[in-house]
Ligand binder design. Structure first.
Ligand code: PSU
Ligand code: MN
Length: 302
């Protein structure tokens, strides 16, 4: 495959050092400029401060890049939504045409795995959308978690999705959903969703041993680690759910569907909350970067 890891990433992987992949859809479609670039660069710094190597993933001139330069990250942030959001099904066209593409959770997993990167930190994954019983809108992220050997550390999934159905699909596909020091599935802005995860992880070493057991047994597919937003940045559940309900209703009224729906909802929620949700979003990614780095380090020591 046309994947290019930078020298630092290649060396780190050869020396069995911890490398953490990061996605670019969160930069181009998930946050406004310039906070998107500031966040992406700050996340890389947190990973370095924790002794791991960051590798922001995206498609540049038809090449899958694993480990972008700060200038490239700036481009993804500045160009924003004009860079197409690329999931698994979009990949062939973007590669063939030599285009730029912002990678979703699914495509970041594909490119990370191809480069040999085992860990991936982000904010929230895609999942089963509300009303999926009629629309069939289920993110390709779930299928990717089923098949690709990358551990994804996130803050759960936003309540823009149908969380119970998302958990059911992950179970059907054999994806372990593990709570980091919690028994409950976090719902992105909130620490609680009222739903149980499969298992609680005690610490980074516990997480690493589960990942190793899956790999050693030869079970293919990803692992989802859900790390709740820090208490001080978490939202009141009723408050944020009312905002989410409004945004979902607006999307229905405007007949927004397909790959547009997630970016639309993220942007509307940020607008309605006047940027307060953006702050929570940024902080939870920072927290995931710290926890993800610790897990990757523990894994490399096994
Ligand atoms: N959820 C978020 N923030 C995001 C996304 C989802 O809270 O930035 C992005 C991720 O890149 C994810 C994608 O992989 O949206 C899912 O889009 P879709 O539902 O179209 O598969
Ligand atoms: Mn979809």
């Amino acid at each position: 495959m046309n994947v290019r890891a930078n020298e630092e990433v290649k060396t780190a992987l050869a020396e069995k050092k911890p490398v953490i992949a990061l996605e670019s859809t969160i930069i181009s479609h998930g946050m406004p400029y310039p906070q998107n670039v500031q966040t992406a660069l700050a996340v890389e710094k947190i990973i370095r401060d924790h002794g791991a190597i960051p590798a922001t993933v995206g498609i540049i001139d038809g090449i899958g890049v694993v480990g972008m330069t700060p200038d490239e990250i700036e481009e993804f942030g500045k160009r924003g939504m004009t860079i197409p959001k690329v999931s698994r099904r979009d990949l062939p066209v973007i590669l063939a045409r030599g285009s730029w593409g912002a990678t979703t959770v699914a495509t970041t997993m594909i490119l990370a795995a191809e480069a040999g990167v085992d860990f991936f930190v982000t904010g929230g994954i895609g999942g089963v959308h509300r009303g999926a019983e009629n629309t069939f809108d289920i993110s390709a992220d779930l299928e990717e978690l089923a098949r690709t050997n990358v551990t994804v550390i996130c803050a759960g999934a936003k309540a823009i999705l149908d969380l119970p159905k998302t958990l059911e699909v992950l179970e059907t596909k054999g994806v372990p959903v593990l709570g980091y020091q919690t028994q409950e599935l976090p719902a992105f802005y909130t620490r609680k969703s009222g739903l149980k995860v499969d298992y609680e992880l005690k610490d980074a070493e516990d997480a690493a041993s589960v990942i190793k057991a899956k790999r050693e047994f030869g079970l293919t597919g990803g692992i989802l680690i859900a790390n709740p937003v820090p208490e001080e940045y978490s939202y009141d559940a009723d408050e944020i759910n009312a905002v989410i309900d409004d945004a979902v209703r607006e999307a229905e009224e405007k007949h927004i569907t397909g790959k547009e729906i997630t970016p639309f909802l993220l942007a509307r929620i940020a607008e309605i909350t006047g940027g307060k949700s953006l702050e929570a979003n940024i902080q939870l990614v920072f927290n995931n970067a710290a926890v993800g780095s610790e897990i990757a380090k523990a894994y490399c020591k096994l």
